[in-house]
Ligand binder design. Structure first.
Ligand SMILES: *Cc1c(COP(=O)(O)O)cnc(C)c1O
Length: 464
């Protein structure tokens, strides 16, 4: 039945008339004409399609709501209660205040980004992080680009264009869909020379593959998977020594690349760039925003001659970091100079090392208000769960944590939809809350909840 059948007249005003209404002129005043015009057209089209008429106030109200929705920034802060600390879709590492302050300083005015204050001559943006990176990794030289995928691409393109790169079949990795080593290799203009098998690759496999077309040997850290059982990989030191003997650069893509031994904080061991350099790698690449806990960046450290060749590649210019990244990275690296206070000052490390007892206590403090917020709609309790490090770091290692578990009251029927709806409701909070659905419940892992007051302030007692 259409509106006409129901006897309602479709008297929608023309868009030009609507723009002249005082309430809408005020909107144009504050948000600009084209945005309001878009909202007005959308609202009128919506009413026309639904074959509904409308009062002037109703239409103006609809336009207002559409304008509000259009001006909300799409990129917003959220609470990551998924239990995955380094969540790529949720922006990975939270930055320490020192890094944020450093970004604010350079963002608000001019800086000596590429200017040498001593000589008054042109400088190099890498200078703000290179010495720090060399001190922290023991490497001779360092450079930075936008992310580790770029670091790998640039390294391969600079050192192995139209030549062969030897990689173990056990390390032909894919990270999050878009980063697949064979694809990156092809785009870098290199020929992939696979050696060994999926589960076992030996030093002699590399040795046999080395020839006149070989440009380098690449070892990629198994970031997001582990091969277990009957396995073998070439010893890194021996492979490094073999490469040296043959005069081939040995490049290691570490992926996460923590700068400290995580075992100090009771976390699983992960090789550091310093250890990898010591083991004989000529170049090591790693991310800035994984276990390092800094801004998105790709860090390349190693031999001075190879780093110089990489910096000369015109592609480096297309992948260079901006001043905000350099400022934040420098500030985070400076925190690493004092390992004693690191765990409190680098948020990623603080969250990873957060004691389960502290998380449990937090969960019990939040429980009553959350329960009140849900009213009779759901039941909440505190349960032990396992958090993940995320971003392909230490894929098989889980960290004991605690979550608030929300379940529907009574019948299990239709609970899947109920849970989806509940998850959607939490995403609509002023600061969206992202949890996870597992085992017939909505789970909020509190490992990454530090702003307890901000979270509680959004929980209102249920209207029921
Ligand atoms: C994460 C990862 C990358 C990609 O790093 P981004 O900083 O996300 O670009 C490359 N290689 C390995 C081994 C990784 O773990």
């Amino acid at each position: 039945m259409t509106a006409l059948d129901r006897g309602v007249h479709l008297r929608l005003p023309a868009v030009d008339r609507v723009l002249g209404w005082p309430a809408i002129s005020a909107l144009i005043e504050s948000h600009g004409r084209s945005l309001v015009l878009q909202a007005a057209r959308d609202e009128l089209a919506f009413l026309r399609e639904r074959a509904e008429g409308g009062t002037d106030e109703g239409i103006a109200h609809g336009i207002h709501e559409r304008v509000d929705a259009l001006v909300v920034p799409t990129l917003r802060k959220v609470f990551n209660l998924t239990g995955t600390v380094l969540h790529t879709n949720l922006g990975r590492a939270p930055l320490p205040p020192e890094a944020i302050e450093a970004m604010v300083q350079v963002a608000s005015g001019a800086s000596n980004l590429e200017y040498d204050l001593g000589t008054g001559k042109r400088g190099d943006r890498d200078d703000h992080v290179e010495a720090l990176l060399c001190r922290l990794t023991g490497a001779e030289a360092a450079t930075v680009v936008n992310n580790n995928a770029a670091a790998v691409l640039l390294t391969l393109n600079s050192l192995a264009l139209r030549r062969e790169v030897i990689v173990s079949r056990g390390e032909l990795i894919e990270i999050g869909g878009a980063f697949r080593l064979p694809d990156i290799m092809a785009r870098a203009g290199c020929k992939l020379h696979e050696v060994g098998t999926t589960n076992r690759t030996h030093l002699r496999d590399f040795e046999k593959a080395m020839g006149t077309k070989t440009a380098l040997v690449l070892k990629a850290h198994a970031s997001n998977y582990s091969i277990q059982g009957f396995t073998a990989e070439a010893d890194e030191r021996k492979l490094g020594a073999l490469c040296k003997e043959r005069g081939l650069p040995f490049v290691v893509d570490l992926g996460s690349g923590t700068l400290v031994d995580l075992a100090r904080f009771g976390l699983p061991h992960e090789p550091t760039p310093a250890q990898t350099v010591t083991a004989g790698a000529d170049l090591v690449t790693f991310s800035g925003d994984k276990l390092l806990g800094g801004p998105q960046a790709g860090i390349i450290v190693g031999r001075a001659s190879l780093v110089a060749a990489i910096k000369k590649n015109p592609m480096k210019r297309a992948m260079r970091c901006d001043k905000l990244t350099i400022a934040a990275l420098g500030a985070v690296l400076r925190l690493y100079e004092n390992p004693e206070r690191l765990i409190q000052r680098v948020p990623v490390l603080r969250l990873l090392a957060r004691p389960p007892t502290e998380i449990a206590a937090l969960a019990h403090r939040v429980l009553p208000l959350l329960s009140q917020h849900l009213g009779t709609r759901g039941q909440v309790d505190v349960v032990p769960v396992m958090s993940q490090i995320g971003s392909g770091s230490l894929p098989v290692d889980l960290l004991p944590s605690f979550a608030l578990r929300i379940k529907p009251v009574g019948s299990k029927k239709g609970s899947g939809r109920w849970l989806d709806q509940l998850a959607g409701e939490f995403r609509k909070l002023p600061i969206p809350v992202i949890g996870r659905i597992a085992d017939g419940a909505f789970l909020l892992d509190l490992r990454c909840l530090e702003d307890e007051a901000g979270f509680l302030a959004m929980l209102t007692p249920s209207p029921e």
